[in-house]
Write a protein that binds this ligand. Structure first.
Ligand code: SF4
Ligand code: MG
Length: 335
């Protein structure tokens, strides 16, 4: 096992509030027991609709929010065992890039100061060497020396994202979590930033956890993909396998919504009924059953096991249950 990151049975429950009163026995299950591994220099993506728990997963790995339970092993040691001070030292190896660079960049600082700040905070090198690190990373992300003297508001959205990428990478991290890192940008700019991220990954030997709702982008950048729904993993496999041969009805519906690249391949759009259920009140059995076109009786009674149904292809759905093969009528269960 040479995983750089191993997430085991991670949960994050938020107590549900009604007005000012904390209801003690009702929880929003934002992340509800997910497990995955990421290997060095690969890009592993988490996809799903907004509110499925993918951002919370990223934030709990970095302990920007403390998880409720589970393990987060970084190169074999559980990050959750460290106290806050010890963890801060480790944080230079684990960086995060967010959707909106503007809110994370102090408008009063110049780009040079913004890039120097993490280096000096972590006391990596002397002030003189810090300047060298800043210039190196600026050059790598495509910012000129002259631009280092400017302030964030003087840049476009795409340029600002270059600044936050430089800020994350100046510490020479091993794992970078990208949460909707290009979602706020125009499509043409998205491609530039994605290509930059992939070049930097190669050059700096980075490992990415790529969080996105955009299946086109995910297809382009990922080695493997995990599909989340209501805080749980529905399906996980290699990118080509997922896009060529999606097994889970939820994945099938997500993929049916993106335009086919093959004009001769007729694609039928699968429209899901209803909305994502309230994560404080998940349905019995399969979390997807209220919207699943293939839901049958068993789906309401029993939660499907998450299992490897083909080599390196995991899915949580009774349709692929290999332990037993109950020939049940595929009747639809009304909500
Ligand atoms: Fe649909 Fe049932 Fe499979 Fe859930 S277990 S995805 S409801 S067929
Ligand atoms: Mg999000």
């Amino acid at each position: 096992n040479n995983a750089i990151l191993e997430v085991k049975d991670l949960t994050k429950y938020f107590p549900q509030k009604s007005g000012f009163i904390k209801k003690t026995n009702n929880y929003v299950r934002a992340v509800d027991g997910i497990s995955f591994s990421i290997y060095p220099k690969e890009t592993f993506s988490l996809v799903g609709e907004s509110g499925c728990g993918k951002s919370t997963t990223g934030r709990t790995i970095l302990r920007l929010q403390e998880p409720t339970s589970g393990q987060v092993l970084f190169k074999g040691t559980d990050l959750l065992d460290y106290n806050k001070r010890e963890f801060r030292k480790l944080r230079k190896d684990l960086q995060m890039i967010f959707q909106d660079p503007y809110s994370s960049l102090n408008p009063r600082m110049t780009v040079r100061e913004l890039l120097k700040e993490p280096v000096l905070t972590h006391r990596l090198v002397s002030k003189k060497d810090a300047e060298k690190l800043v210039q190196d990373i600026a050059e790598k992300v495509g910012l000129s020396k002259e631009q280092l003297n400017r302030h964030p508001h003087e840049f476009s959205g795409g340029q600002r994202q270059r600044i936050s990428i430089a800020r994350a990478l100046v510490l020479n991290p091993e794992l970078v979590i990208l949460d909707e890192a290009v979602s706020a940008l125009d499509v043409s700019i998205q491609a530039q930033i994605l290509n930059l991220l992939m070049d930097l990954q190669e050059e700096l030997e980075l490992t990415y956890l790529f969080i996105s709702h955009d299946l086109n982008v995910v297809k382009h950048v990922s080695d493997r993909v995990g599909v989340m729904y209501l805080g749980q993993m529905m399906e996980m496999t290699h990118t080509d396998e997922l896009y060529d041969n999606p097994l889970h009805p939820y994945t099938q519906s997500l993929l049916s919504a993106i335009p086919s690249t093959n004009p001769f391949q007729k694609k039928e759009r699968i429209i899901l009924k209803g909305d994502v259920p309230d994560p404080a009140n998940p349905p019995s059995g399969c979390p997807f059953r209220l919207r699943c076109p293939k839901a049958h009786e068993r789906c309401a009674i029993e939660k499907p096991a998450y299992q490897e149904v083909k080599s390196n292809h995991f899915v949580a759905c009774h349709l692929y249950d290999q332990s037993e093969n109950p020939k049940q009528a595929r009747i639809s269960v009304d909500p």
